[in-house]
Design a protein around this ligand. Structure first.
Ligand code: ADP
Ligand code: ASP
Ligand code: MG
Length: 412
């Protein structure tokens, strides 16, 4: 069976007209002989609005109830799209994450998929139904509704593509692929034809939300090729797979920025470091980097690992006492490329660009596929543009015609 997984993001399903247009796209894919499994996000800004509602009712809403609340967003889209496909003359059935067999651990708000049991999806496909799945949600072994972290519908799509051995996995959005920087911020940015999972993972960790980090981790582990494409515009998109890129761009292929990175510092030796890390863990915060500073430890936290990461970081520092502080107003910029991590010259160029823009670097970290700099969060958009000028623009067109890159449908 030629199963294809197509995921449509929030802006693609933002209103009724767009849902109808997607229904027509899906029907065309069925008429072309495909068996589509369609993963949908919540409509437009629904998830942000639901989180805003939670904050209006409670200062520190619990993660379990947040999951009960935000998982509603994707259920709305799935049911409406199934109705639109019926009206377009095809059989369709919608499933929640739980009905789709997306089994997760029990970490609410950013749960990990531990298993996929797509029995009901396969049954429905066997009957000739188009299957619509609510992205971003699963169920834990103790039958609790969980969500997969912001942007997690991408992860649903990749996990289903792996479990169903799909011909290909398309992530459709308002942008026609992965670009050398956020095209909303950098007019000179260009679409990249081909990237490795690791490079896109680094971009996602660095703050580019075009593909979710957990989706890239899953794709890398299961060897799935992902196509990032535009929902409504034609075009080849970006292929993301296991092949390393070899563009010879002085080690850099793209830049990303994250304007808000909570940072916690504590004085003391490794005993104090352990206590701080344990306290961060208990608070449900994940970290991206830690480094020794002066006589203590500085931890850069993952802003997406908690519904209020900055607030929780300062609560942890306050409760820890003993001179621990949380630093606000900081962000990171990241230069990404397979060789960028190992290249001191990329790091030196990054520092020179930051200083040239009149901004003080507050820390530097080598990451698996790049190099990141901690600095004033407000300077992040300006620095993304400056780093793009330094690292990407001098090298002309990126990745065009990379050898061995097949078109969509070229398989995993
Ligand atoms: P969806 O709702 O479809 O999941 P997202 O909003 O999560 O879409 O991601 C798409 C957005 O990611 C684009 O509108 C773009 O502004 C932003 N973006 C940030 N960095 C990049 C990049 N390097 N390439 C493409 N898009 C990027
Ligand atoms: N609706 C969820 C979010 O806004 C998941 C997603 O869009 O992928 O994060
Ligand atoms: Mg997204």
């Amino acid at each position: 069976m030629g199963i294809v997984v197509q995921k449509y993001g929030g802006s693609s399903v933002a209103d009724v007209d767009r849902l109808r247009a997607i229904a027509r796209r899906v029907v065309a894919s069925v008429e072309g002989g495909d068996h589509p499994v369609v993963v949908v996000s919540a409509m437009g800004k629904t998830t942000d609005e639901l989180l805003g509602l939670a904050r209006r009712i409670s200062e520190r809403p619990g993660r379990r109830e947040l999951d009960m609340l935000v998982s509603v967003g994707e259920r709305i889209s799935m049911a409406l799209l199934a109705m639109a496909i019926h009206d377009a003359g095809h059989r369709a059935i919608s499933f929640t994450g739980s009905q789709s067999g997306i089994i997760t651990d029990d970490r609410h708000f950013d749960a990990r998929i531990v298993e996929v049991r797509p029995a009901r999806i396969l049954e429905a496909l066997g009957r000739g139904d188009v299957v619509i799945v609510a992205g971003y949600q699963g169920v834990s072994r103790s039958r609790e509704v969980t969500t997969l972290g912001r942007g997690g519908s991408d992860t649903t799509a990749v996990a289903l593509a792996a479990a169903l051995e799909a011909d290909h996995c398309e992530i459709c959005s308002d942008v026609d692929g992965v670009w050398t920087a956020d095209p909303r911020l950098v007019p000179e940015a260009r679409r990249i034809d081909h990237l490795s999972h690791g490079e896109v993972l680094e971009l996602a960790h660095g703050g580019a939300k075009v593909l979710a980090a957990t989706a890239m981790e899953y794709a890398r582990r299961s060897g799935i090729a992902v196509w990032a494409r535009s929902t409504f515009a034609p075009g080849p998109g970006t292929r993301v797979d296991a092949m390393p890129s070899d563009r010879g761009l002085g080690g850099a292929v793209a830049v990303a920025g994250e304007p808000s990175v909570p940072v916690v510092r504590c004085p003391g030796g490794s005993g104090a470091w352990r206590r701080l890390l344990a306290a961060l863990d208990r608070a449900g915060l994940s970290w991206r980097h830690a480094r020794a500073v002066d006589d203590g430890l500085e931890v850069w936290l993952d802003p997406r690992s908690h519904p209020d990461a900055a607030g929780e970081a300062s609560r942890v520092a306050g409760a820890y006492g003993g001179g621990a502080v949380s630093l606000g107003g900081l962000g990171t910029v990241t230069v990404v490329g397979a060789d960028a991590a190992a290249s001191p010259s990329v790091a030196a160029g990054l520092l020179a660009t930051v200083e040239g823009a009149g901004v003080a670097p507050r820390g530097l970290a080598s990451t698996p596929f790049g190099v990141a700099c901690l600095l004033d969060g407000q300077a992040v958009p300006t620095l993304i543009r400056a780093l793009h000028r330094t690292f990407v623009e001098p090298h002309g067109r990126v990745g065009e015609g990379a050898p061995g890159v097949a078109g969509p449908g070229g398989g995993r």
